[in-house]
Write a protein of this length. Sequence first.
Length: 555
Amino acid sequence: MSSLVSENARIQSPLERLYHWEKTRGSEAYLSQPDKGTVRHYTWQQVANLARRVANQIRQRNLAPGSRIAIFAKNCAEWFITDLGIMMAGHVSVPIFATAGESTIKHVLEHADVKLVFVGKLEKPKSQLAAIDERFPTVSFPYPGTPSSISWESFVDCDPIDESPLPDMQSTMTIIYTSGSTGVPKGVVHTYHSICWAAQHCLEPLITTKQDRLLSYLPLAHITERVLIELASLYSGSHVSFVESLDTFQRDVQACRPTLFVSVPRLWTKFQMGVLAKLPQKKLNTLLRIPIVNKLIIRKIKKGLGLDQTRLFASGSAPLAPATIEWFAKIDIPICEGWGMTENSAYGTASVPFRHDKIGTIGKAYNGVTIRVSDDGEIQVKAPCNMKKYYLDEEKTQQVFTEDGFLRTGDKGIIDNDGYIKITGRLKDIFKTAKGKYVTPAPIEAKLMENAYVEQVCVTGNNLPQPVALIVLSEEAKQSSPAEVDESLAATLKSVNRNLESHQVIDHILVMQNEWSIENGLLTPTLKVKRHVLESRFDAIIQAKYSSRIVRIEA
């Protein structure tokens, strides 16, 4: 492995790695796809053969070299195969989130001038497929509910191409559209070299090898899953399993028993709440204090989650509350936070190996990545994995890079003496109260999240006398009496306010009735809060005056 990831190693393409495994481990299973109670296993030879068939069919369309081809589907084996086939045919993949709404779908297809769309399982197939204009030919993956002009079975019913083509590493491999947390999605252009540099180098800190089992369930349209799961599996030779549906998630995790497990804060919180629903905190605390029994309880919890063979737990996409990391650490699930963005191939920092004294940081820079903090506190990063440009947007491209080639991340942070970085907020999230004072919401939100009754939170207050906090209650809160919950929230509010400067003090907590989700437009596909949408939609509620500290809102 060292020759593959050494500092001066030649960056190989995913296709080169595929051909290597095809020759050396061709009959071994690479992908496992659960479907209707059975599991389809694809060997390295089968994956390569099907990718060559996809390439053949695409070639027959006589598209101009580097044409954009979209993959609009939830994660599945065909997603990997199609991506590889697009590479073999000499074109550019354009992933679209399976949860994307009509406006995003139309924007991506039009903006990228897509020539062909592969569709699979979607969140709301009827309305989402209706957003694809008839002029875009579609190929459907072999799952119910995805009608298209061409079926997967007929599309791959052809001869595979004879050769094993390799791309120019400086050519464009993919255009990944951002999740749109701050507005219209931007098309991030990555060359083979930029994105593959990250995928190839991540093997060393993550110690990923062909013995590893990976689970692909976070959106492949997002950079993290693409680099750390799809591409890393091709470099390391790891086995990849997929999740059939949300209903079968627990079953599929237990079937895979991943050795490396990456998740996001929203899901880690869900896992925590699931454990507490079966084993209340007071009882858990008591059991964890009893020798021998504590080990049995921890083993049972991890096995129930399907994570009893996981050697590395990771979290990204957004900050995970330190209290949540502390909670998991007590049950022997040490979660290593990492940081990156679409623009730098999700390869910025990592807290690997886990260090308890560094909880609350995003770790330190990966090898080959240079990070600095600007005079205004912005984290800026420079590495070979930085994007080439924003597609068809020279102005935004120039704005996002400094004169000396550093990427402006938009995140504010500080670096300690050991090189560990702590994010203190987003430049765009900072708001100014009516008193003319600036407030950074992220640290306050993290403190409020330490209350087990709080599942989602957004601190806001642009032009208000004092900030306010909007929250969504957890399942545990819904099973408790309103009086008990309100009392707990009031105590948390008092505790948090005690350590804030006067202009940061939260005036009241607004308890929202409905959770924020991708479906109602308040979360991005990567489960980040769309702050600007939330503030706009609930503006009247935010601006209203209240006499109580804890206010329950019927919205």
